[in-house]
Design a protein around this ligand. Structure first.
Ligand SMILES: [Zn+2]
Length: 130
């Protein structure tokens, strides 16, 4: 899976770099989510960093559904922190965790990273006893 996860990470960081001007313009961090479907296609979502904006994860899921996807495998969210050139793989917020559950995306694995190694968490692990 490392090859796919690296591809997802590189897709996210490429888009974040391309839109770095938005970080400075809106003085906020920027998040890109990459969703890998069973079809092996990747769908991208970006949060434009406005307090009431839609999460990057929601946008990626919406884009995938619009394209006819119904089976989701992996999701990765990468943040470009304001004032830095550093990227962080971040877990989805509570609202997104609930969205995954409500949309019956129970097979989805969220990709996280610690000590330079990827690991995954299921939706049930991220939203226990729901
Ligand atoms: Zn969210």
């Amino acid at each position: 899976m490392k090859k796919l996860f690296d591809k997802m990470y590189n897709t996210a960081t490429k888009l974040l770099n391309k839109n770095k001007d938005l970080v400075e313009k809106f003085d906020h961090s920027l998040v890109v989510s990459v969703l890998a479907c069973k079809s092996e296609k990747l769908y991208i979502g970006m949060n434009i960093a406005w307090w009431h904006s839609v999460c990057a994860e929601s946008t990626a899921v919406s884009n995938a559904y619009q394209a006819g996807e119904r089976e989701f495998k992996y999701l990765m969210a990468v943040k470009l922190k304001n004032g830095t050139n550093e990227f962080y793989i971040i877990p989805p917020c509570g609202i997104c965790r609930e969205m995954f559950s409500e949309l019956d995306m129970s097979m989805l694995q969220v990709i996280l990273k610690q000590d330079e190694k990827y690991y995954t968490k299921s939706i049930n692990e991220l939203l226990p006893e729901y």
